[in-house]
Design a protein around this ligand. Sequence first.
Ligand SMILES: Cc1ncc(COP(=O)(O)O)c(C=O)c1O
Length: 372
Amino acid sequence: MTVFDLRSDTVTQPTAEMRRAMAAAEVGDDVWGEDPTVNALEARAAELLGKEAAVFVSSGTMGNLVSLMAHVPRGGEIIAGAQSHIVRDEAAGHAVVVGASVLQLRDRPDGTLDPAEVAAAFRDPTDPHEPTTSLIAIENAHSHSGNQPISLADTERMAAVARGRGVPLHVDGARFFNAVVALGVRASDLARPADSVTFCLSKGLACPAGSVVTGSAAFIGRARRARKLLGGGMRQAGVLAAAGLIALQDGDAGMIARLADDHANARRLAELLAELPGVRSPGDIAQPGGDHEPLDPARVRTNFVLFRVAADRAAFLAAAEVRGVRLDYYPHGQVRAATNSGIAARDVEAVAAGIAAALDEVTVRPQVAVGP
Ligand SMILES: Cc1ncc(COP(=O)(O)O)c(C=O)c1O
């Protein structure tokens, strides 16, 4: 049976070209700054995002954590969305490691924060009772709203609030290139308003591991020190960085441009699912459990299709799995199908058919009385 794995884009396998490059990578001791392949990856990432410098880290979580450590003092406070990965999914590293609190704001359905709410959330720096607002952190693309890309204009609005209050803006760009491709902008333009941007190589870009943090040379110096403190100095890490260099190549040689295929496949899948009576809108993240409208394919702008089912969710996911369609539980009662490099355009109809059959199996129909 063919298995279609749409649980996440983290399930992607390195390409044959990546594996060849990894095997042949020239390496050195990266903690001493001597790994030529890591150095080349960091230079390429900095160039692409239009920043002075970059540092290669093991994961998106570490990228965010070293960024927080480099930006935020103990007793500082981070303003972030309540549904953001930093708040929900990073084991409270901001509290455990950084010694900072997070002031959580409502994420809007388009993945943005309200600039007026952000401005109003700043603490009084002259009051010794209060934490010190030290950073605004946003997520682009924004996972819990369905991986919505955050526009350059929205990023600039957030940067203006940050600049006006003298704090930096961090972008958790785990899927930054999905946003870049969906918006049709240059990565350096979308990154420009931010002081720091992280991105993951290990998601839609299909590398086996690794993320990159970008920013000013001074910030990256502090992030590099934080990486060492966390035990993230990886020595001959060029073996991993080599895959990243393949992914970040321009055009069809790299893995960025092809994200457009994942987006088109996700949109097509959403169109097919929207025709199924048992498939419902994922609802509004601001009001979890809220509406149960039909799925709107126009909201699928990158590679996530979030939806709910008018059936028992666990039974549905198990029935889909039996048919070779692997989907993931997502918060707020949602299901996630994330298109990725393992799913071709020709697979989309088979995935939708598997979902339709699984729903059919687990949908309880009202009993119709027969006979007199
Ligand atoms: C928005 C966002 N930020 C950060 C991360 C963390 O990445 P990693 O799993 O590599 O630690 C993820 C992972 O899914 C993510 O979705």
